[in-house]
Design a protein around this ligand. Sequence first.
Ligand SMILES: [Mn+2]
Length: 318
Amino acid sequence: MAHGYESGRLDLPFVGISTFGKRPYQPDWDQLEADVAIIGAPFDFGTQWRSGARFGPRAVREASTLFSFGHAGAYDHEDDATYLPGSVRIVDMGDADIVHTDTETSHANIETAIRAALKAGALPVTIGGDHSINIPAIRAFDDQGEFHVLQIDAHLDFVDERHGVRHGHGNPMRRAAEQPYVTGLTQVGIRNVSSTAKEGYEDARKMGSDILSVRQARTLGPDGVAQRIPTGARVYVTLDIDAFCPSIAPGTGTPSHGGFLYYEVLELLQQVAQNHDIIGIDLVEVAPDYDHSGSTAILAAQVLLNTLGFIFHARGFR
Ligand SMILES: [Mn+2]
């Protein structure tokens, strides 16, 4: 007779269907029972240079299977903590439906998915897609009370309007700052020649933004950056994969050299998870076809799963 822990399926990471973390798939959004709801937003019509982020959700889901080992959570010896025990219910909602050429309908479908996650009491985690998917994500929070936005990104994304375009991937932080329930933004990793002109930076500061480059963030350290977020604020995190250095994250549409390394972002997110209630996350701009090593998608999956571990560890799931 096999011992109990040797019975049933082994289900190694490369076996089976690639839901996020190999967690259950729930296509019926009225039946969600979850602490975390994973939503794919495979939309990239907002890009101004290389497209391809529409394949981000699939790539990140497949990469995430690498971290699906075990049924008893992930033990971290440095923190002496077991993250994401089985009691944290992560459910994959699948993807919002996307209608080619139709930004508004596609964004509305993304908003619907995130509203369903919130209605179920789950933490919405949206995998893009280009950064414009943050616009419907923030809209979906219009009945959730006030919160602060932490953006980790190479670009300020604060363009108001250009040739009539207000909902592209250069606009989301401007659209977020306009919402009365967004109390301010911390924009970290901003560097190099950006899509946003000088006036955009001035507007952002006037509208409540604290803007830090990679070098400024490095001088402050992760704890120093985290301390600049207002005490007691609930925080929505939007993470653009191009915040990372292209040497570790080349799979994105607009790479910008001089970006963050893994622990710089991870330690910031760990600190924010300890200090604040994180109420929603999106991770955007993974365009896997520019990185045949798959490393960018693995980085995205690793950051997401670790951040979820920190959030629920802080919430008492041990
Ligand atoms: Mn961005």
